[in-house]
Design a protein around this ligand. Structure first.
Ligand SMILES: Nc1ncnc2c1ncn2[C@@H]1O[C@H](COP(=O)(O)OP(=O)(O)OP(=O)(O)O)[C@@H](O)[C@H]1O
Ligand SMILES: [Mg+2]
Length: 594
């Protein structure tokens, strides 16, 4: 076992339950690949700080030799020395800042990549409880603060600490008696710094939460601008925003309240120290215990000491906020996705026979059942259409097929194998989903279709384009498949967006297809084209379709009526139409006016 590991084990035993220690033990490994540079960046801060003492130190011989003895020759080197040391200090400072930004940037990148990858793997249920602002803050801003921010603050902290240490050395070098007084006073000034983190932690976390809401509001001004304009929500939204920024302001002022008294307090304590030293110093000079050079050098060091020590206060506050950010990042890193491979999970079987829903009960929120025990068997190659009341549970039921949610009560099996014992990636490889509202990514039409199969050839992409009836549209564009479609496909019509969703599924070519038909009505012609594209897609697959179109229902092999979480009727169109007072018959007559 390496010495580092030994130390770590010792620390684990001692501080295992301490929040800060735990966060650090999770984040520090991210620094491991850049350890040498991290040490260099932090190590350089030592001479940078320590060189602060040179000027104060140089003043003693300067005063004693030049001012008192009026002796120039032996002090000619002093001005040059000061310039040389300051230049060296400047050079080191540049190097340390560069190193620091480099290491901080690299570690932040690595952390962000891990966080992003974790974020994507969270189950849909996780995102339902989040807002875009919260995610941005936690996964992007906090990551930056807890790496780059922490490192640069540590660098400054180290240089300030060593600056203080070397200046204290100058104090002792000149007069140990005065130095003891000065150090005692400065220690008093430092005490409140230790208390800051716990004082601001809650307020700080709340303020971050409110800031996240501000980000979400901006996001909504963007994505919801049509609703805002259409309903004239300008004043309403503005008022909401006003409240939000005022809350943020209030919290910010609370932090200021907690933190800002530190600076003036330290100022006062330090000035008491200086006053004491000047008084006593004068006495020592008169008694001949102290030379003028020593006294001037001492006072200069003491005044210079004030800057790094006061800075340490700010540093302590910044490091506290960085540690708060780190705690949040660590909680994100440790968040286990609700949906993950179970132990010994296997690849999706070579699908041959049937898919079975076995007495599935499901609820999103405890105590509020959405599915009340649904049992259904679907043969390979069959198309089953789901109809039923809005909110009845159709989407919920089909969302279980790609395991967007876990089946905890009852079971869903593919050729007899439970969904929970199949590897999630391999399951999803075999289930293509065309959503009610297909999300389009910023980029080109080609990129948006190709996500169905990132290794697809140009020919395969064009085939998908043809089968989803997009060819004519694509050919009419100047840039064809390489046309940019704007964020979320804003530059496309509803029908075009749906067909891009269908083309993706074509390219994926999975044996099982889940289709949540769009409810929004298209004009007759687009409707017809989308319908044809869907029919093409359904060929030779096992299809679960939530049907809103008459033709889809008629083309299905069987129809399942899901009402209020129950499977109430199941059979062919004719069979269901023959049930007197049947639910399907009613729905059919109502919806399609027959
Ligand atoms: N993510 C969720 N969290 C909590 N409740 C949800 C969630 N999604 C759906 N529900 C609730 O579950 C019930 C079933 O919703 P589901 O979307 O499955 O209905 P649906 O049959 O697809 O309806 P529609 O025909 O209107 O699309 C509804 O009462 C809905 O409010
Ligand atoms: Mg639905």
């Amino acid at each position: 076992m390496g010495i580092l590991n030994k130390i770590k084990t010792k620390f684990d035993e001692k501080y295992g339950n301490n929040e800060n220690y735990h966060s650090l033990s999770v984040i520090l490994p991210y620094f491991k690949p850049y350890l040498k540079r991290t040490f260099l960046a932090l190590g350089l801060a030592i001479p940078i700080g320590a060189l602060d003492a040179v000027i104060a130190l140089a003043l003693k011989p300067y005063m004693d030799i030049v001012m008192m003895d009026k002796h120039m020759q032996s002090a000619w080197y002093l001005p040059i020395l000061i310039v040389v040391f300051t230049t060296v200090q400047g050079g080191l400072n540049y190097l340390a800042t560069y190193m620091n930004d480099w290491v901080g940037g690299k570690v932040t990148n690595d952390l962000k990549i891990t966080l992003y990858s974790k974020l994507m793997r969270q189950a849909p249920g996780f995102f339902e409880k989040q807002t875009s602002g919260k995610i941005l803050k936690a996964y992007n801003n906090d990551a930056e603060k807890s790496c780059s921010g922490l490192l640069s603050n540590m660098k400054t902290c180290i240089s300030r600490f060593f600056s203080s240490l070397s200046l204290v050395g100058v104090l002792f070098y000149n007069s140990w008696k005065l130095a003891i007084i000065a150090v005692a006073v400065l220690t008093c000034a430092m005490i409140p710094l230790v208390k800051i983190k716990s004082a601001i932690k809650d307020v700080y976390n709340r303020s971050e939460g409110e800031n996240a809401k501000v980000l979400t509001t901006y996001n909504e001004a963007f994505s919801g601008n049509k609703v805002i304009s259409g309903y004239n929500l300008y004043d309403f939204k503005e008022n909401q925003f006003k409240k939000l920024v005022n809350t943020v302001f209030g919290l910010k002022m609370k932090i200021t309240q907690h933190v800002s008294w530190l600076s003036p307090l330290m100022h006062i304590i330090v000035s008491i120290g200086i006053a004491l030293v000047i008084g006593l110093g004068s006495y020592f000079i008169v008694k001949g215990e102290l030379s003028a050079g020593q006294f001037v050098s001492f006072i200069t060091a003491l005044i210079m000491l004030y800057t790094p020590i006061k800075g340490l206060g700010n540093n302590a506050k910044n490091i506290s906020t960085c540690l708060c950010a780190m705690e949040r990042v660590v909680s994100k890193l440790e968040k286990i996705p609700a949906i993950k491979d179970s132990e010994g999970a296997i690849n999706f079987p070579d699908f041959k026979d049937k898919i079975e829903f076995k007495d599935i009960k499901f609820s999103y929120v405890k105590g509020k059942r959405v599915l009340n025990g649904i049992s259904l068997e679907v043969k390979k190659g069959e198309t089953i259409a789901f109809v039923g009341n809005s909110g009845g549970g159709k989407t919920t039921l089909v969302n279980l097929l790609p395991r967007f949610y876990n089946v905890k009560n009852g079971d869903l099996t593919f050729d007899g194998i439970s969904v929970n014992s199949i590897k999630v990636d391999s399951l999803r490889q075999n289930v293509a989903v065309v959503f009610q509202d297909n999300f389009l990514f910023e980029g080109t039409i080609r990129e948006n279709i190709a996500i169905g199969n990132l290794n697809a050839s140009e020919d395969e992409i064009w085939q998908a384009v043809q089968q989803s009836y997009l060819e004519e549209f694509v050919n009419s564009l100047d840039n064809g498949l390489d046309t940019q479609i704007g964020e979320r496909g804003m530059l496309l019509s509803g029908g075009q967006k749906q067909r891009i969703g269908i083309a993706r599924a074509f390219l994926k070519n999975a044996p099982i297809l889940v289709l949540d038909e769009a409810t929004s009505a298209l004009d007759n012609q687009s409707e017809h084209i989308v319908q044809q594209a869907i029919e093409n897609l359904m060929k030779d697959r096992t299809v679960f379709v939530i049907a809103h179109r008459l033709t889809t229902i008629q083309n299905a092999d069987r129809i399942a009526v899901i009402n209020h979480g129950n499977l109430t009727e199941l059979g062919t169109h004719e069979e269901l139409m023959n049930i007197p007072d049947g639910e399907y018959k009613k729905l059919y007559q109502m919806q399609f006016n027959h």
